[in-house]
Design a protein around this ligand. Structure first.
Ligand code: GDP
Length: 529
C-alpha cells in the first residue's frame, strides 16, 4: 500500500470519561468489532480502584496494566484504528492531558444517569481549547437515566459544546426499545440480550408510515416522531467541517455493555473522524505526508520490574515513516539514535515492527535519554511545541533522608520528573526543592520509586501553596517587575525549564498581588508562548 494510503486510513483517538462511565467496556466492544479480541473481558481496566490509595503496590500493579493498554490498535473495514488509553483516575489526569496531545480526535463517554461529571468537564475543556474534534457517546441507556433533551442541554452548558444528535433513544431503562439512527435513517431494536445479532437493523425510510407503529407501538412511534421533529428544529444539521474544526459535536446514544449503538458509533467514527493531522512545531507546521520522519514523546512508562529498569517511551509519528534500525536525531540532546526493537501495538499485545506510519504510536526502550515532549527527526532541527503543565494541586518540600545518597536522590528526582510523574520547583530564596502533584498518590509513588530504583530516601514536608502561576518573562526589566521579584522573593521558584513561577499561598494573595503589580502577567499552565 502506498505511503499516502497508509496515512489516509489511520484514525488515532482517545476515549475520555469520568471513571465508571463505561470507557473500558466501550473500548472492548470496539475491539470486538475489529476482530482484535475474541471475547468480552479481554481488555483489562487500568483504572485505579477505590480504596487503593493506601496500598502502594496495588496501585503499581494496576498501573502496570496500563502499559499493555496504552495503545490498542485494530483494523475495521480497511481502517487502522489506534485507541490511546487515558487514565480516568483524577490523580493521573496529567497523563491524560499529555496523551491528548497525541490524539487526532476524541470520543467522550457520558453515563446517562449521572450526566456530565467532574472529570469529564476538565478533560473536555482541554480538548475544546485545542479544538480537537469530539464525538459524544451517552452510555447505559438500558438503565433509567436523565431525559435525552435534558442531557443534551447539560452537555452544551457544562461542557461548552455545540451538539447535534446523530441517533436518538426510543424509551429508556425498563422501557428502552431501541435507537433511531438519524445518521443512517434506520432503527435498531433493543432485545436486552447481549448476544443479540447486531445486524438486525431495520431501515425506516418514512417516519410517518404505520410500519413504525407496528414496530415499536403507537405511543412510542408518536413520541419518536415528536422527538425527532424537535431535534430537527433545535439542533443544527450535522456538518463534517464544523465537527473537524471542533465547532460541532455529534452525539450518539447506546449501551456499551449490551453492545448496543456501538456499531453505529464506530461506522460514523471511521467515516468522519480525522486522519492524522498536521502539527505545529516551534519552527514550522509539519504535515503527515512529508517524506521525512518526525515524531514526539508524549508518554514514558517505567518498567516496574526492579531487574529491568528500562523505560518505554511512547512516540507519536507525525510525518514520514519510522523504521527499525535507522538512525534518528534526538533534537534536544543533538544525538543520533537507532532503535533495534521498536514496539507497535495491536489489541493488547505489543510486537516489534519494521515500519510505522503517521498516526501510529511506537514504544521505544529507553535508558533515560527521553523526556516528555522530546522531538525525534531524520536530522532537521525542529521542536514540537511543549506539552503544557497545569498548576499542581498539592505541594510539598522534598528532603533528603540519607545524606550519603544525595546524588542518587537528585538523579532519581530528575528522571522521575522527565517521565512526568510530578513537577519540580526550586525556591529562589534558598534552593529548596518542592514537588507539585495533581494527586496525593504521586508522593507515595515517588518515595517508593526513589528508594527501589535509585536507592535514595526522602521525606516530605507540607507547604501551603494555592496555585503555581507562571510569570511572563520580561525582556526589559521594569521597576514594577523588579519590585515584584524583591517583595515576593519568598514565593518565587523556578520550574524545570527555568521559568519563573509565583507560588501563591491563597486565592486572595494572588488577587492582591495581581492588583499591586498589574503589568505582570500570570499564566496557569506552563505553555503560554
Ligand atoms: P470506566 O471506568 O469508564 O472504564 O467504566 P467501565 O467500562 O469499567 O464500566 C463501569 C461499570 O459500568 C461496569 O460495571 C460496567 O459493566 C458498567 N457498564 C458499562 N456500560 C454499561 C451499560 O451500557 N449499561 C449498564 N447497565 N452498565 C454498563
Amino acid at each position: 500500500m502506498s505511503f499516502l494510503k497508509e496515512i489516509q486510513r489511520r484514525r488515532t483517538f482517545g476515549i475520555i470519561s469520568h471513571p465508571d462511565a463505561g470507557k473500558t467496556t466501550l473500548t472492548e466492544k470496539l475491539l470486538l468489532f475489529g476482530g482484535a479480541i475474541q471475547e468480552a473481558g479481554a481488555v483489562k481496566s487500568n483504572k485505579i480502584k477505590k480504596g487503593a490509595t493506601s496500598d502502594f503496590m496495588e496501585i503499581e500493579r494496576q498501573r502496570g496494566i496500563s502499559v499493555a493498554t496504552s495503545v490498542l490498535a485494530f483494523e475495521y473495514n480497511g481502517i487502522k484504528v489506534n485507541i490511546l488509553d487515558t487514565p480516568g483516575h483524577k490523580d493521573f489526569a496529567e497523563d491524560t492531558f499529555r496523551t491528548l496531545t497525541a490524539v487526532d480526535s476524541v470520543i467522550v463517554v457520558i453515563d446517562v444517569a449521572k450526566g456530565v461529571e467532574e472529570q469529564t468537564e476538565k478533560l473536555v475543556e482541554v480538548c475544546r481549547m485545542r479544538k480537537i474534534p469530539m464525538i459524544v457517546f451517552i452510555n447505559k441507556l438500558d438503565r433509567e437515566g436523565k431525559d435525552a433533551f435534558d442531557l443534551l442541554d447539560e452537555v452544551e452548558q457544562k461542557l461548552g459544546l455545540s451538539v447535534t444528535p446523530l441517533s436518538f433513544p426510543i424509551g429508556m431503562g425498563y422501557d428502552f426499545k431501541g435507537i433511531y439512527n438519524i445518521w443512517e435513517k434506520n432503527i435498531n431494536l433493543f432485545s436486552g440480550d447481549s448476544r443479540k445479532n447486531i445486524e438486525e437493523t431495520i431501515h425506516v425510510s418514512d417516519l410517518s408510515s404505520d410500519d413504525l407503529d407496528t414496530l415499536i407501538g403507537e405511543q412510542s412511534a408518536n413520541e419518536l416522531r415528536d422527538n425527532l421533529e424537535l431535534v430537527e428544529g433545535v439542533y443544527p444539521e450535522f456538518n463534517k467541517d464544523d465537527y473537524l474544526n471542533g465547532n460541532l459535536q455529534p452525539v450518539f446514544f447506546g449501551s456499551a455493555l449490551n453492545n448496543f449503538g456501538v456499531r453505529e458509533l464506530l461506522d460514523c467514527f471511521v467515516e468522519i473522524a480525522p486522519k492524522p493531522r498536521p502539527k505545529e512545531s516551534e519552527e514550522r507546521l509539519i504535515k503527515p505526508d512529508e517524506n521525512k520522519f518526525t515524531g514526539f514523546v508524549f508518554k514514558i512508562h517505567a518498567n516496574m520490574d526492579p531487574n529491568h529498569r528500562d523505560r518505554l517511551a511512547f512516540i507519536k509519528i507525525v510525518s514520514g515513516t519510522f523504521e527499525r534500525n535507522k538512525p534518528y536525531l534526538h533534537v534536544r540532546n543533538n544525538k543520533k539514535m537507532k532503535f533495534s526493537s521498536p514496539n507497535a501495538f495491536f489489541a493488547e499485545k505489543k510486537q516489534i515492527v519494521d515500519i510505522s506510519y503517521p498516526g501510529d504510536i511506537v514504544g521505544l526502550h529507553d535508558t533515560g535519554n527521553f523526556k516528555i515532549g522530546d522531538t525525534l527527526t531524520e536530522g532537521e532541527q525542529i521542536n514540537y511545541r511543549g506539552i503544557p503543565s497545569f498548576s499542581p494541586e498539592h505541594f510539598r518540600y522534598i528532603n533528603n533522608a540519607d545524606p550519603l545518597k544525595s546524588k542518587q536522590l537528585y538523579k532519581g528526582i530528575d528522571q522521575l520528573m522527565d517521565e512526568g510523574v510530578a513537577q519540580l520547583f526550586t525556591l529562589e530564596l534558598n534552593g529548596r526543592k518542592i514537588i507539585g502533584t495533581v494527586g496525593a498518590l504521586q508522593y507515595e509513588v515517588i518515595q517508593y520509586r526513589l528508594e527501589h530504583e535509585y536507592g535514595a530516601k526522602c521525606t516530605y514536608e507540607n507547604l501551603n501553596v494555592f496555585k503555581a502561576c507562571w510569570v511572563d518573562p520580561e525582556e526589559v526589566l521594569t521597576d514594577e517587575y523588579k519590585e515584584f521579584v524583591r517583595v515576593k522573593q519568598r514565593f518565587l521558584a523556578k520550574d524545570k525549564q527555568n521559568q519563573l513561577v509565583f507560588l501563591a499561598d491563597s486565592a486572595f494573595s494572588l488577587q492582591m498581588t495581581q492588583q499591586k503589580y498589574p503589568s505582570i502577567k500570570f499564566h496557569f499552565t506552563s505553555e503560554f508562548n
